[in-house]
Design a protein around this ligand. Structure first.
Ligand code: NA7
Length: 539
C-alpha cells in the first residue's frame, strides 16, 4: 500500500526559485513541501561544480531583493561571484528563513497526474511515494537538464568522463592529466582556462566559435559594498522595472549614426570595461544586421590580435552574428590558446568520428585522453519540464500537448491550458532567461502566490488559461522574436543545440517592463484570460 500525504502545494526544486516560492507560500499560511533531487539547496549552483564555474551577472544584482534586511546582511566579495559563493549565499538564505524543514532532499519528482474529479495533483516521487497537492509548481529552472550528445563509442572510453553540470561533489583531480573539453559555451569558456593551468595537455573540441567578451572581474571594496547596500531601493526598482530586467541599459543611439572612428572608440571602451558593457553601446545591435556586423567585426579583430597561431585564431573567430548565441564572458579565454599545453581541434574541419577506449577519434587522428569533459550544455527551457511525466486533463501529457517541444503553448510562460493549478516559475515564453534570473524568479513567484491567494479567498478549485489567451500569447511571442536577430542563430535559445529537438524561440522579447505590466493587468482583471472553476459558487 502506497504511503500518501496531502499538502497545499508541491514545489519541484530547491534553487533560487524553489526557495523563494516556499518562503512565500509559508507567508500565506499554505502548507508546502519542496522536493529536491540533490542533497542540499542550490539548484544549478549545487550541481555546477566544474573548475572556474561562476556567474556572469554582477553579484549585487544576482540575488534576492524581496527583503532589504536579507540583502543587507550578505556581503559579496567580487563582481562575478564564484559558484561556491552563490551556493554559500543560498545556504545562508535557507538558514535565515528556516526553509530546510519543508524541503525533502534526495527526492526526485518523476511526474504528476491531474485528478480532474477532485482537482488534485498526484505527484509521483522516485521513492514510490505519491503526494497529493492542490498546486503543483515547477521550480526546475531553465538550464538544468544536462545534454550529453550521443557519440558512438562513449561506453568504450576507459578514462573518466564528466558533464560540467553534474560535476562530482568530491572534485576531480586534473593535475598533469590529458584532458579533453567538448563545448565552448559559457561553461566551456569558464572551465578551459582553469583546466589549462593544471592539465599536462588540454585539447578543446570546438564545433562553433564563440563571441567571448572579457569579464574583467574584480574584488569589491568594503566601500563599494556599503554603497550598494545604501542603494538597495534604487537597485530593486531598476532591476524590477527596467525593460531588460537588469542593470544593462543600452544607449539610445544606433550604431549607424556614428562614424567608423567613433564606433571603434565606443567598442574599445566597452571592451576595456568588460562584462556585458558591449551590449550597452548601441540599442540596435540585435535588431539591425549592419549594426550587428559592426560589433561582430570588432570582436573578430580582437580575437585575431590576441591569438598568436593564425590557424587557431581563424578557428576561434565566429562567422555568424554577435549575440544570437548567449554571449559569454571569459577570463584569459583567448589568451589560453597561446599556452603550449593547449590545442584547439576545429570540429567543422575534422569532426569527431567516435570515442575510442583511449580518447577521441576525429576524421584525421586519435587524441588520447585521461579525462573527457562535456561542456555540452542543456536541453534548455522545455527540457527540465518535459523530463518529468506531467499529465493534465484527459491523461494527456505535457510532452504530447507541446509535441515534444515543437508546439509549446503557455500563457505568460506561467501556466498552460489543460494543466490546472500547475504553475511554471520562469517557464518557456516568459522573458526569464534574458532577465537577471533571481529577479525574473521573484516576479513569477509573487504573481503565482498572489494568484493562489486569490483562489483561496474566492473558493476557487482550479485555474487554467483559456485556449484563446495562450494561442494569442504564443503568437505574440513568435511575432516579436521574428522582429529581432535572435531567431537567426543555432543555440539553446532556439533548441538547435539538441539533436532532434524541434526549433522554436521560447523567450518573450517584448521587454520585462511590458511583461510585468501584462501579468499585473491579468491579475487586476480577476484573471480574465483564465478559466476558473469552483464547486461551491458560480464564476
Ligand atoms: P551552451 O552554451 O549550450 O554550450 C554548449 C557547447 O557545447 C557549445 O559550444 C556547443 O556547440 C557544444 N556542443 C553541443 N553538442 C555538441 C556536439 N555534439 N559536438 C560538439 N560540440 C557540441 O552550454 P553551456 O553549459 O556552456 O552554457 C549554458 C548556459 O548556462 C549559458 O548560456 C548561460 O546562460 C549559463 P554548438 O555551439 O552547438 O555548435
Amino acid at each position: 500500500m502506497q504511503n500518501q500525504k496531502y499538502v497545499d502545494a508541491v514545489v519541484v526544486g530547491a534553487g533560487f526559485a524553489g526557495l523563494y516560492m516556499l518562503h512565500k507560500l509559508r507567508e500565506s499560511n499554505l502548507n508546502a513541501v519542496v522536493y529536491e533531487a540533490g542533497t542540499d539547496v542550490g539548484g544549478v549552483w549545487y550541481w555546477n561544480l566544474y573548475p572556474g564555474a561562476k556567474c556572469d551577472i554582477d553579484s549585487i544584482y544576482y540575488c534576492y531583493t524581496f527583503s532589504e534586511e536579507l540583502y543587507k546582511k550578505w556581503n559579496w566579495t567580487s563582481k562575478y561571484p564564484k559558484q561556491e559563493e552563490i551556493l554559500n549565499y543560498l545556504n545562508f538564505v535557507a538558514d535565515e528563513l528556516d526553509l530546510r524543514k519543508d524541503i525533502q532532499f534526495n527526492t526526485q519528482v518523476l511526474g504528476a497526474t491531474f485528478d480532474e474529479e477532485h482537482n488534485i495533483w498526484n505527484v509521483q516521487l522516485k521513492n514510490g511515494e505519491i503526494v497529493k497537492a492542490k498546486y503543483f509548481i515547477s521550480a526546475v529552472g531553465c538550464l538544468s537538464a544536462t545534454n550529453i550528445p550521443k557519440i558512438e563509442g562513449f561506453d568504450q572510453f576507459e578514462g573518466e568522463a564528466y558533464h560540467t553540470g553534474k560535476w562530482p561533489r568530491e572534485g576531480v583531480d586534473l593535475t598533469n592529466k590529458r584532458v579533453g573539453v567538448i563545448g565552448t559555451g559559457s561553461s566551456g569558456v569558464q572551465t578551459i582556462p582553469e583546466v589549462a593551468k593544471v592539465a599536462s595537455q588540454l585539447t578543446v573540441f570546438q564545433r562553433t566559435a564563440q563571441y567571448v567578451l572579457p569579464a574583467n572581474n574584480y574584488d569589491y571594496t568594503q566601500e563599494f559594498i556599503n554603497e550598494s547596500k545604501e542603494k538597495f531601493e534604487e537597485t530593486r526598482k531598476l532591476l524590477h522595472y527596467s525593460p531588460s530586467g537588469s542593470a544593462i541599459i543600452p544607449r539610445n543611439k544606433s550604431a549607424l549614426e556614428d562614424t567608423a572612428e567613433e564606433r571603434e572608440a565606443v567598442f574599445e571602451e566597452a571592451w576595456k570595461i568588460g562584462g556585458f558593457q558591449m551590449t550597452t553601446t548601441y540599442y540596435d545591435l540585435m535588431v539591425n544586421e549592419q549594426a550587428n556586423e559592426y560589433v561582430s567585426e570588432f570582436i573578430r579583430k580582437k580575437i585575431k590580435n590576441i591569438v598568436k597561431d593564425p590557424v587557431t585564431a581563424e578557428a576561434l573567430t565566429p562567422n555568424y552574428m554577435y549575440g544570437v548565441k548567449r554571449l559569454t564572458l571569459g577570463t584569459d579565454y583567448y589568451e589560453t590558446y597561446n599556452r603550449p599545453n593547449v590545442r584547439l581541434v576545429n570540429l567543422r574541419k575534422t569532426p569527431i568520428e567516435k570515442i575510442s577506449a583511449k580518447g577521441i577519434k576525429t576524421t584525421t587522428e586519435e587524441i588520447e585522453l585521461d579525462v573527457l569533459i562535456f561542456a555540452t550544455g542543456y536541453d534548455g527551457m522545455t527540457g527540465p519540464l518535459l523530463r518529468m511525466d506531467i499529465k493534465g486533463r484527459n491523461g494527456v501529457s505535457l510532452n504530447e500537448k507541446w509535441e515534444n517541444g515543437g508546439k509549446v503553448r503557455t500563457f505568460l510562460g506561467l501556466a498552460t491550458k489543460d494543466f490546472p493549478n500547475f504553475f511554471m516559475i520562469t517557464g518557456p515564453e516568459s522573458p526569464s532567461v534574458l532577465v537577471v534570473m533571481p529577479i525574473a524568479i521573484e516576479q513569477h513567484v509573487d504573481w503565482i502566490v498572489d494568484c493562489i491567494n486569490y483562489m483561496e479567498k474566492q473558493n476557487i478549485d482550479a485555474i487554467e488559461p483559456s485556449k484563446d489567451a495562450e494561442e494569442a500569447w504564443s503568437k505574440h511571442n513568435r511575432e516579436i522574436a521574428e522582429m529581432t536577430l535572435y531567431t537567426k542563430g543555432d543555440s539553446w535559445y532556439t533548441g538547435a543545440n539538441i539533436e532532434g529537438k524541434p526549433r522554436s524561440f521560447l523567450i518573450y522579447l517584448g521587454g520585462f517592463d511590458n511583461y510585468r505590466k501584462k501579468c499585473d493587468a491579468v491579475a487586476a482583471s480577476g484573471y480574465e484570460e483564465f478559466q476558473l472553476y469552483s464547486s461551491i459558487r458560480e464564476i
